[in-house]
Design a protein around this ligand. Structure first.
Ligand SMILES: Nc1ncnc2c1ncn2[C@@H]1O[C@H](COP(=O)(O)OP(=O)(O)OP(=O)(O)O)[C@@H](O)[C@H]1O
Ligand SMILES: [Mg+2]
Length: 255
């Protein structure tokens, strides 16, 4: 990691993005994240949360500013280097997630591709050690016994667990989660957040999640970042976060 970024895992400065000319979505975002933080991104639908996460993993190239992840200037990387970087980033994304037609085990093994010899991984062959590791990761997320099941036949919560197991198998240094707990019942939401929090505590992984559930964010995040119309309007410790700041970012009229 370059000296100037010190301890930061993520360093975003004056980041801007527009999908269409003249319609800015991110409007000068500054965000630095240190190892082991659990950052909850909150904001109204359309505020730019997913766009920011997509800039971080190199799925889109921002229109301006700088975006460094694990010391890499993401927008400047070649497609090949972006893919390499993504292997160090666990992703729990709704639209960029699992391969539905593959088994649970194979989806987790995909996280080991970065470590397999090129030819073996092209052929979809994994070492015994990788298979054992993938099984172990599935057991850690409570999915032992479902290894052979096709992902398309799993529930939403089970799919998120597969994605978490894949991040574990990857040895990911960062996990980016785009609404990892959306559409899940209350208990399952807690289970998923418990799992993610456990990984952060045990392995020092850094977690950035977009979320709509504010009470959940307050309970699990070490820091809450509010995005409003593509700008960060607050960045606070959950305990220090005022109701007025939340009401402002969510454009709620105070009672
Ligand atoms: N691929 C795209 N092409 C054009 N516009 C897009 C695209 N993706 C998102 N947008 C627009 O960019 C803005 C920000 O979208 P984004 O998905 O980042 O919001 P979000 O904060 O994640 O919202 P949500 O809470 O609904 O997931 C929205 O106005 C959206 O319509
Ligand atoms: Mg989104």
């Amino acid at each position: 990691m370059p000296e100037r970024e010190g301890q930061n895992i993520i360093a975003v400065r004056q980041l801007t993005h527009a999908y269409r000319k003249g319609v800015p979505v991110l409007q000068g975002v500054d965000l630095t994240v240190a190892p082991g933080e659990i950052v909850g991104l909150i904001g109204l639908s359309g505020a730019g949360k997913s766009t920011l996460l997509r800039c971080l993993n190199g799925l889109i190239t921002p229109t301006g500013g700088t975006c460094e992840v694990l010391g890499n200037p993401v927008p400047q990387l070649s497609e090949r280097d972006r893919r390499r970087l993504r292997r160090r980033i666990g992703m729990i994304f709704q639209e960029f997630n699992l391969v539905d037609r593959f088994s649970v085990l194979k989806n987790v093994l995909i996280g080991r591709l970065a470590y397999a010899p090129a030819l073996a991984s092209c052929l979809g062959r994994f070492s015994r050690a990788d298979v054992a590791l993938a099984r172990d990761c599935l057991a850690q997320v409570g999915l032992a016994g479902l290894e052979a099941r096709r992902v398309r036949d799993l529930s939403g919560g089970q799919k998120q667990r597969v994605a978490i197991a894949r991040a574990l198998a990857q040895g990911a240094q960062i996990i980016l989660a785009d609404e990892a707990t959306a559409n899940l019942d209350v208990l399952t939401k807690d289970d998923i957040m418990d799992l993610l929090q456990g990984i952060v505590r045990e392995k020092g992984t850094t977690l950035v999640l977009s979320m709509h559930d504010l009470p959940l964010a307050r309970r699990y995040c070490t820091r809450i970042v509010g995005l409003k119309h593509g700008r960060i309007t607050f960045d606070a410790d959950p305990d220090a976060l005022s109701d007025a700041a939340v009401a402002d970012v969510l454009e709620r009229v105070p009672q």
